[in-house]
Design a binder for this molecule. Sequence first.
Ligand SMILES: *Cc1c(COP(=O)(O)O)cnc(C)c1O
Length: 360
Amino acid sequence: MSRAYNFNAGPAALPLEVLQKAQEQLVDFEGIGMSIMEISHRSKEYERVNSETQERLKRLLQIPDGYKVLFLHGGASTQFAMVPLNLLRQGTVAAYVDTGSWAKKAIEEARLLGEVKIVASSKEDQYTRVPDVDKLELPERTAYLHITSNETIGGIQYKTYPDTGNVPLVADMSSDILSRPIDVSRFGLIYAGAQKNLGPSGVTVVIIREDLAEANEHLPTMLRYRTHVDNDSLYNTPPVYSVYMVNLVLEWIEENGGLAAMEQRNLEKAKLIYDVIDQSGGFYRGVAHPDHRSPMNITFRLADEELEKKFIKESAEQGFVGLKGHRSVGGLRASLYNAVPYESCKALRQFMLDFLQRNG
Ligand SMILES: *Cc1c(COP(=O)(O)O)cnc(C)c1O
């Protein structure tokens, strides 16, 4: 079997062990003679998958009492709307930090629904860094502050989170959830589309402080957090197979040392690549400011687009996948999520060194 060096940004690499276990269980889930996809979401087998996945997330992230873990449809993009729909009341203001492509999408969606204030932005730095959020001035009657913990397209990541006092902090963690330990108690709500660091697409994980899930009857039922909190995330048919896969990925993380071990390995992997960039004498140019570099998404450029095309073409010939930058910003990007093996990163490092030798 030959596996590609997969640096896709999302959907992205999954641990080989997880894929193999899923393959083993595909036609006969734990001896029931059926796939997990073929049975009721009210069956005891699926209810166990649902609660096991919630429990594993609680253990891994040390989620305190008073929070609920939900598995919702519609991707992180639906959360861009669900957050203001549920949290932004008449007479209150939603505060956002603008760090690039994904933050902007969240902001645009909130603007459709109420009053929005951008309280910090790194637009003037072309989104190459996270703006200073140590002394944010939040408007009076701020309903929540929204941040994007890792900008998947720009390749920047918060190293510390703002202290918002009594104002709920809401974070889109789609591309770095479970890549490092975090203190969940500092957040009111965390959401993440699964297809970067948690599993396949189709499920969005929401971790919500229960008091924020108010019972607002004017909202469509499916768009109320309260509906999903009250029904333990089983109000309607959940994305059963995606949740099952997330459970296997969480089990894999537990077996591999948990979040502290993930963080250390992620930093080691990222260093392999950032060191080549930094020591290339300007041949490779990192996009992000070194203080805010993401270990998940490494963005870099070459002298011109011709050379970048050559890099992509030659890397593809050697089995590397997903190194083209996002179509909105161009350049090159390597995504090194939890499931990307250290060996793949070493191979990429070697390719980059060889390419520099040939073209530098
Ligand atoms: C991929 C991504 C999204 C969009 O996720 P969907 O599940 O496709 O809606 C949102 N935010 C961030 C940070 C992302 O990386």
